[in-house]
Design a binder for this molecule. Structure first.
Ligand code: NOJ
Length: 455
């Protein structure tokens, strides 16, 4: 990516997946603390109580980040560490921790990219206010965001309000797979609405505060390739992308949900008031993309290798009227996700075209290998090849298609708490031994460093 001097290579994590120290230094409980201690929810009954113990070992981790040769580190702040009950008193020890982390990164020349919300809602807000079903949570988020801007905004210049709102809405309140574990057809739309308003309020606070920096949002999307060239399948793919990325991104760029969603859902889709549209329109300086896989999309259910709605669209699949499938030639990762680098290139092009060239950061991309033995895990040629092929596809999008991609953050620095999959799914460039907490760089750590150095 030598053509782009301002391009940043990075690596990503999230607070709840790496920090541990769940009951230390005044931190409040969050919904994933509760969920991961609920029997039957997590593979092997793993909990996130200790995770990678990054809270205590962050200095070692900053060294590993720096030695990887990346220019940026994307991490998230634990809301309940800063405001233990979500909206009351500020916990100074929480602020102190992130100050130490940010200063440590800057001292090594690594730019912090900070996500304010990566799924770990303070439990009190779930219990007292029904979490994201309530607008009160959006208001609480805006206050939390302001506390963070004031504490860290002098040194953090790249902010993301939310990570993968699709997962919060669909997996948290649609299929019930993720915390808070609710099952509903309509709640995902209400949750998404409040998340979007929360984004708008936080961005307004940031801009009103005249901080020097950029603020955006990190949404996820799998690519949808039409199964055939028919008009029906092309429409199915396009509409599926609008229901996925467009749902959570159109409002922050255009101030409206995609027209197809209004058409399909009618008044099941909440409305923004004119003031809210104004608040949201143009509220992202950049768009984040977390991207992992691709599916074919079709209108007909006469397909081979159909992908279940659990793995594809979640509970909103009926609303989309789309049938997803895969190709038997596509390699599959341990998560059951298909490896399709050309889908990544097309995804970047789709975003570039739909959002009129707004800058894009690839805020996550990576792969899981379920391998719990250190000797075999560090020999992860498959991961190195995955990163090589996906970054090649990104390079083509930038250099041949003219897509404005400003950075790439590999998911993830080290094996960590993979939500409902516990410690069984390893996405890291570094092996983490969850007994001893020892970190061992894998072959992919060195391969990624090579990719960065030779770009
Ligand atoms: C997306 C999420 O943001 C991250 O938390 C998760 O670990 C990865 N995808 C892999 O599933």
């Amino acid at each position: 990516m030598s053509a782009k001097e301002n391009f940043i290579w990075g690596v990503a994590t999230a607070a709840h997946q790496v920090e541990g120290a769940w009951l230390e230094d005044g931190k409040g409980l969050n919904i994933w603390d509760a969920y991961s201690h609920t029997p039957g929810k997590i593979t092997n009954e793993d909990t996130s109580a200790v995770a990678c113990d990054h809270y205590h070992r962050y200095e070692e981790d900053v060294d590993l980040i720096s030695d990887l040769g990346v220019g940026g580190y994307r991490f998230s702040i634990s809301w309940a560490r800063i405001l233990p009950d979500g909206k009351g008193a500020v916990n100074q020890k929480g602020i102190d921790f992130y100050n130490r982390l940010i200063d440590g990164l800057l001292a090594k020349g690594v730019t912090p990219f900070v996500t304010l919300y990566h799924w770990d809602l303070p439990l009190a807000l779930q219990m007292e206010d029904d979490g994201w079903l309530s607008y009160r949570t959006a208001e609480a988020f805006a206050r939390y965001a302001e506390v963070c801007f004031e504490a860290f905004g002098d040194r953090v210049k790249h902010w993301m309000t939310f990570n993968e709102n699709w997962c919060t809405a669909v997996l948290g309140n649609g299929t019930g797979l993720f915390a808070p574990g609710r099952v509903s057809d309509d709640e995902p739309y209400i949750v998404a609405h409040n998340l979007l308003l929360a984004h708008g309020l936080a961005v307004k606070a940031y801009r009103d505060g005249h901080y020097e920096g950029q603020i955006g949002i990190a949404n996820n999307c799998d690519f949808r390739e039409p199964l055939t060239d028919s008009d029906e399948d092309r429409a199915a793919a396009q509409e599926s992308l609008e229901f996925f990325y467009g749902w959570l991104t159109d409002p922050v760029v255009f101030g409206e949900y995609p027209a197809i969603m209004r058409e399909r859902l009618g008044d099941r889709l909440p409305e923004f008031t004119p003031e809210q549209k104004q608040l949201l329109k143009g509220s992202a300086d950049f768009l984040g993309l977390n991207h992992y896989t691709t599916h074919y999309a079709s209108r007909t259910d006469q397909v081979e290798n159909a992908v279940s709605s659990e793995d594809g669209n979640g509970g909103i699949s009926d609303d989309q009227q789309v049938v997803l499938s895969s190709d038997s030639d596509w390699p599959v990762t341990s998560m059951g996700w298909f490896v399709v680098p050309w889908g990544f290139r097309k995804m970047l092009n789709w975003i570039h075209e739909r959002y009129n060239g707004l800058p894009i950061y690839v805020t996550e991309n990576g792969t899981a290998l379920a391998n719990n033995d250190v000797e075999t895990a560090i020999d992860d040629t498959e991961r190195a090849e995955f990163i090589q092929s996906y970054t090649n596809a990104m390079k083509e999008a930038i250099e041949e298609d003219g897509v404005d991609v400003r950075g790439y953050f590999c998911w993830t620095l080290m094996d960590n708490f993979e939500w409902t999959r516990g410690y069984d799914m390893r996405f890291g460039l570094i092996f983490c031994d969850f007994e001893t907490l020892e970190r061992t760089p894998k072959a992919s750590y060195y391969a990624y460093r090579e990719i960065i150095q030779s770009s």
